[in-house]
Write a protein that binds this ligand. Structure first.
Ligand code: PLP
Length: 394
């Protein structure tokens, strides 16, 4: 008989009762080091005092009013994002897929408003992940996610990642824009080459296309800058955010430059829950922490420390882990064993991690992770590698 919860996830057999910092505890009190962070979402770890206080205080005032009215918390948060990056205007919504839907709609509508209604197609990349709605699985393009759901939504063209010639060859008179993750997360922690991003920007400028960055996973400090693209010199015209933006509270955003954002007029796009007083109070609280003086510097130091430890782990256990990928605390360990087995073995050692494409094991500690946490994590990975090694020898 089917379970009461729909069986669309293969869940590990563990449940958590509470959390503190980088740690989660099950009902028996066993503790787990949370290097999954709700898939790069619990940016401030668990039970963060500023987040908890903000949620309780705001919940006692007002949770939701709808977008029929002004929402001061949303106005404040939008202004802070505008201050912090390329964007001139922000739309708040509830999940990464919804943010990408908004981004794709904004691209098409901006082209239409600019006199190019024929420009409806978006170029996306192999290995991408943009979400689970009909349009975003079509943008993702991976047959694994499309199978059984009928014809993909029209309007997405796929080219190899980091291949500018292929990209330029795919541009037609119907192209509206380009959607890319500066560092592919689900695809296996694959970084876009800086020259590739520059080439995308140049192509967009040359052909009047809109450049969209999906920073759902890479944004909000995860790579060590507020947004991953800020490591380089290329800015998009529009960007999606989710995951870490709410520190675990469901929330997302579309940030855009004026010429794109102005296409979304009243009636053209909307959401009931997006940008509520509670969600935006949470978003402001997360930004308070991430943008506090020295926070990202400290995080980058801890990330370098962890990464140095992982390099040593790979040097000792090249039969299990072969390559370190990613930036900041968006970390990938390429595995020589099936990554699902590495994930299960790490769980046995008390370490939570996430599988990704290309047989990569993702480590996504909360941004507040400490060196002491990292030491424990490295010891657990050492045990994991030792437990998996004999299997390799067979
Ligand atoms: N875009 C990227 C880069 C993601 O990593 C994800 C989720 O993993 C999504 C979009 C979809 O986000 P959500 O699951 O919140 O809809």
């Amino acid at each position: 008989m089917i379970s009461a919860l729909m069986p669309n996830f293969s869940r590990l057999d563990v449940a958590f009762a509470h959390g503190q910092g980088s740690w989660l505890f099950d009902a028996q009190g066993r503790r787990y080091l949370d290097f999954a962070a709700g898939i790069a979402t619990n940016s401030l770890g668990h039970n963060h005092p500023h987040l908890v206080k903000t949620i309780s205080e705001q919940a006692a005032k007002v949770i939701h009013v709808s977008n029929l009215y002004r929402v001061p918390q949303a106005e404040q948060l939008a202004a802070r994002f505008v201050e912090a990056c390329f964007a001139d205007s922000v739309f708040f919504c509830n999940s990464g897929a919804e943010a990408n839907e908004g981004l794709i709609k904004a691209m098409r509508k901006a082209q239409s408003d600019a006199g190019h209604p024929e420009r409806t197609r978006v170029i996306c990349f192999e290995g991408a992940f943009h979400g689970r709605t009909l349009a975003t699985i079509s943008a993702t393009g991976n047959p694994k996610y499309l199978e059984g759901f009928g014809k993909p939504v029209e309007g997405f063209d796929h080219v190899p990642f980091n291949n500018l010639n292929a990209l330029r060859a795919a541009i037609t008179a119907e192209t509206a824009g380009i959607l890319v993750e500066p560092l592919q997360g689900e695809g296996g922690i694959r970084a876009a080459d800086p020259d590739f991003l520059r080439g995308l920007r140049a192509a967009c400028d040359e052909f009047g296309l809109i450049l969209g960055f999906d920073e759902v996973q890479t944004g909000m400090g995860r790579t060590g800058k507020l947004f991953a693209h800020q490591w380089g010199d290329v800015e998009p015209d529009i960007m999606s955010l989710a995951k870490g933006i709410g520190g675990g509270f469901p929330m997302a955003a579309v940030l855009a430059r004026e010429h794109v954002a102005k296409a979304l007029k009243p009636g053209s796009h909307g959401t009931t829950f997006g940008g509520s007083p509670l969600a935006c109070a949470v978003g402001n609280a997360v930004l308070d922490v991430i943008l506090a003086d020295g926070f990202l510097d400290q995080m980058n130091e801890t990330a370098s420390y962890l990464r140095a430890g992982l390099e040593k782990l790979i040097a000792r256990h090249g039969d299990v882990f072969t390559e370190l990928r990613g930036q900041g605390l968006l970390i990938g360990l390429k595995c020589a064993v099936p990554n699902g087995e590495a994930q299960a073995q790490a769980l046995r050692q008390g370490l939570l991690s996430v599988a990704a494409g290309e047989n990569v094991l993702r480590l996504l500690p909360p941004l507040v992770v400490t060196r002491a946490d990292c030491d424990e994590g490295l010891a657990m990975l050492e045990q994991t590698a030792a437990a998996l090694a004999p299997q390799v020898a067979k």
